[in-house]
Design a protein around this ligand. Sequence first.
Ligand SMILES: [Zn+2]
Length: 437
Amino acid sequence: MKIYLSLTLCLTLFLLACSPGQQMSVESSKKSNYLISNISVIPINTNHLLKNQTVWIKDNKIQYIGNGQDLKTAGRPQKIDGSGQYLMPGLSDMHVHLPGERTDRFLHLNLLNGITNIRSMRGDASHLKLRKDIESGLLLGPKIICSAPPIHAKMDLNEMQIDSLFTNYKKEGYDLLKILSIKDLATFQSLQAASKKHQLPIGGHTPLNVGIKNLLAEDAYSIEHLGGYLAALKDSEAFLDKMIEQTVRSKTYNCPTLDWYNLWQFSTEALQERQGLEFVPELIPKWEEKRQKYKAATTPEERQQDRLDTRERISKKSMILKKLHEKGAMILVSPDATGTYQVPGFCVLEELKLYRDAGISNFDILKMATWNAAQYCGKEKQFGSVETGKEADLIILDKNPLENIENLAAVNAVFVQGQLLPREQILSLLKKKTPTK
Ligand SMILES: [Zn+2]
């Protein structure tokens, strides 16, 4: 879908976003040149709220942050009064599965929730094309970090094949190689060697035939779902602690994806309370069908046991997450929105609420959702904090997420691809009927 927005429409949509109770106002409307005044900045590179700041954004870059007295702007920036509002970096969802259809809706739901980076964890050539369309401005959406088509246990690869796989994926522009499962430990080690040679990182599950110890010994770059640590805990708490220490040493990232697992303990009634369901009406009957199938195949006692198992698993994973974080391991954020009643974009906050419940501070959670993603990508100089010279992928919130992480739901506007998208504008994009592919 190509976005053609006239200046008048832009202005109308922006004014629509500024209801009388809100503080933003427009004095002029010019793309990629914005002057925000009186806003509180959550810079992320430091745990301080910077009050009454003036922020100048031009050409998709943060040009200035300060009290405004020494500021000389160029051009005619669009003026925004940010009184009572908060500016912070856009969020990164680091484990998404792009849908085969209604991709526009998926991207816009992410923007609506302040997400300006997504990592596609089952990538293919169509995702590279999508990334290109977004970068060239044909589509509005978050930036895409893209994994290559995943490796699985049925693939019997020799070293030469692995080498040419990496050569091709690197050339095609993939950012990492995902492992779902693997034939054996030797194949995993060959993949690791090729990963180092070609400078294309590996990420994915902890295959049972590799195990967390071997995975960390090979400097795995990012691990999904915490499954290997859960297995380590089964062995002993001391072994888990050792694996956590190794994680820190090897600078391995972990993406917990707690929300996906947590869902299993809830009734349909509880799930229907989740946010964002109005955007995906056709998915609800499909989700219900899945749940009914599960109900038909199990006894009430089995379902009760499943609920108890889920609670236990979540409590153990929450403990592991907290330990990893306290010891200094890097955490990436994602709900892995593929389960029933998981609405893309919206369930990122569900995931973050679980990190809070695990005992992590709001500032540290915000850092995981922004700064850590930039570090992971090796682009810490480009994004992940509000600092002069960085890309202006930012969000404006009506409430302070440092006080309550749930205030991340109050996204008022998103800066992406050099333009300001007020909430109403994103909502109007979502209302547009997009053809299903
Ligand atoms: Zn996944």
